[in-house]
Write a protein that binds this ligand. Structure first.
Ligand SMILES: Cc1cc2nc3c(=O)[nH]c(=O)nc-3n(C[C@H](O)[C@H](O)[C@H](O)COP(=O)(O)OP(=O)(O)OC[C@H]3O[C@@H](n4cnc5c(N)ncnc54)[C@H](O)[C@@H]3O)c2cc1C
Length: 389
């Protein structure tokens, strides 16, 4: 079998890249380890930057997100019972769009299917060969048969635990990592959101986030211990703890219901450099991870896709290698800025187990500064709505 771009991983990065390249007549094969139902069942991101919505429109999958996505002109930050709002639209001219990652993926699957794209689920033992030569290839096992796929380029869109990053020899890559000493316990419930915008809550008991997917689907998180397990938290224990961490009026008006999903995500900052090795390009979580506080994971995956798509388009349409040669440099320049923002916002909003009283006072002073200073709010808003590509 042969294709122009072999894409490993059928998550949002791989699907979006495949669909964008298809629009330019560039052939791809997507190899996904899991079933489609499994990929669609993963409850993850929910806040989209304008850049990702624009890419979806360019990929021909923008109808539903423009129709059903909920524009958010701002967000609320609270400490104890004090709340203030950061007005994204007033400060930057742009809102963000609330639309679940599952929906982004669903739209992309539908489009790939309608276009007759080759997307294989349930592939095992994927290996990349010859990425540092002009004739790379990928082998994999499907239905017990070993298969071989020759290609011009390989896009490693296979997430943090994928094989693409590990294909790059250790001597050719550097990894930078910060692991946070807590996790996020998330609950999805078929209840109306407690507030029309997201609430990021810094409380003496730890961080909480009130988020949503639509008018009757809420996503709530509380900071938890790293060794907590979802089964340690009954629904009522979760709701009680959430109420203690958000301002009183919201705690009193919170509508609770049975959780339809409950999971714990550890928080990590991670970057690998470079994001290209020969004809292998890393994209999205395969190359970097952010703590979810700034809603940047999916959005940063999208900005990688933007740079790689345009680089490959330039290569195939104009015979120009400039875009792919500069892919790693351009993607990383933006990645590090989103890493910085996600780290800063996480540091501002969480209680750290080893936090001294001094550090806690500094944190509160910074929240107060953000509350009262337009320049600080503008910097926050610019980062949250998404830095330009
Ligand atoms: C629990 C959790 C919660 C999150 N919450 C948020 C959030 O609230 N906000 C936010 O912005 N971001 C969030 N993120 C991050 C966001 O979901 C990711 O940044 C986004 O999914 C990245 O997309 P991706 O396509 O690069 O990687 P993934 O979505 O990880 O997709 C990679 C795909 O590759 C497949 N794969 C892996 N290995 C192989 C292999 N060897 N062969 C073939 N296929 C393979 C996987 O099955 C997967 O489908 C969250 C992430 C997690 C894990």
């Amino acid at each position: 079998m042969r294709t122009q771009v072999a894409i490993i991983g059928g998550g949002p990065s791989g699907l979006l890249l495949s669909q964008l390249l298809h629009g330019r007549g560039i052939d791809t094969v997507v190899l996904e380890r899991q079933s489609r139902a499994h990929v669609l069942g993963r409850i993850r991101a929910g806040v989209l930057e304008r850049g990702l919505v624009d890419l979806m429109i360019e990929a021909g999958v923008g109808d539903r997100v423009q129709r059903e996505g909920i524009p958010h002109d701002g967000t609320v930050i609270s400490h104890g019972d004090e709340m203030f709002r950061i007005d994204f639209t007033a400060l930057t001219g742009q809102p963000v769009t609330v639309y679940g990652q599952t929906e982004v993926t669903r739209d992309l699957y539908a489009a790939r299917e309608a276009a007759g794209g080759t997307l294989m689920h349930g592939v095992e033992s994927v290996e990349i060969q010859g990425a540092d030569t002009d004739t790379p290839s990928v082998s994999y096992t499907l239905d017990g048969q070993r298969q071989h796929l020759s290609c011009d380029f390989v896009a490693g869109c296979d997430g943090f635990h994928g094989i693409s990053r590990k294909t790059i020899p250790e001597t050719a890559r550097r990894e930078f990592e910060k692991v946070y000493p807590f996790g996020w316990l998330g609950v999805l419930s078929e209840t109306p959101p407690v507030h029309e915008e997201l609430i990021y809550a810094n409380s003496e008991r730890g961080f909480a986030l009130c988020s949503m997917r639509n008018a009757n689907l809420s996503r709530y998180y509380i900071q938890c211990r790293l060794d907590d397990r979802p089964e340690d938290w009954s629904d009522s224990a979760f709701w009680d703890e959430l109420r203690r961490r958000i301002p009183k009026p919201q705690a009193e008006s919170l509508i609770t219901g049975p959780s339809i999903e409950k999971s714990i995500a550890p928080l990590r900052s991670f970057v690998t450099e470079p994001m290209r090795w020969g004809r292998l390009f890393l994209c999205g979580d395969a190359a970097h991870i952010v703590p979810p506080t700034g809603a940047k994971g999916l959005n940063t995956a999208a900005s990688d896709v933007h740079y790689l798509y345009n680089g490959l388009r330039q290569f195939y349409e104009d015979g120009d290698s400039e875009g792919i040669n500069r892919y790693s440099e351009k993607a990383l320049a933006r990645v590090w800025k989103t890493e910085r923002f996600s780290w800063w916002f996480s540091k501002l909003m969480h209680r750290f187990p080893d936090q001294s009283e001094f550090e806690h006072k500094i944190q509160l002073a910074e929240i107060d500064f953000l509350r009262s200073n337009t320049a600080a709010q503008t910097a926050m808003a610019q980062n949250y709505v998404g830095l330009p590509y």
